[in-house]
Ligand binder design. Sequence first.
Ligand SMILES: [Zn+2]
Length: 138
Amino acid sequence: MHELTIASALVEQVCDHARDRGASRVGSIRIRMGALSGIAKALHFCFPSAAKGTLCDGAVLYIDEVPLTVMCVRCDAIKTPSGHYNFRCPDCGHPTPKVITGREMQLASIELVGADAPPAGAHASAGATDNSLSSQGI
Ligand SMILES: [Zn+2]
C-alpha cells in the first residue's frame, strides 16, 4: 500500500461527503487505524499534500490507533499479544494467526464547516460532526 494513494483516497471520499452536505470546507477528519497497518505517521505526513486545493485543505487529521487483538482457539478467547509480531497467545503460547482487530482502517467521523448554512451573525465557523460514515471502510 502506498501512503499517498491512501491519503488521496481518504481525501476524495471525505470531499464527496462534504460536497453532498453543501459544506464549505472540512474542519477535521478522524479515522481508526489498526496498530498493524503501521502507516499512521506516513499518512499524517502525506495528508496535507493530498488535501491541497480540495475541501479538505487545512483540515486536521486525527488517527485513533486500534490495538492488536487475536483469537486463541485453545483458550477460546480474544487475547492481546505481547508484541506486534508475536502471534502467540500470551497465556498458553498457542499460535494465533487469526487477527481480530489491528488491521482495519476506517473513517470514524468528519467535521464539516458551513454544512448547515448558519444565518448571518451566527458562528460562521460552527461545524457539525457527522458520524454517518462510522461503518464505512476506506
Ligand atoms: Zn491461549
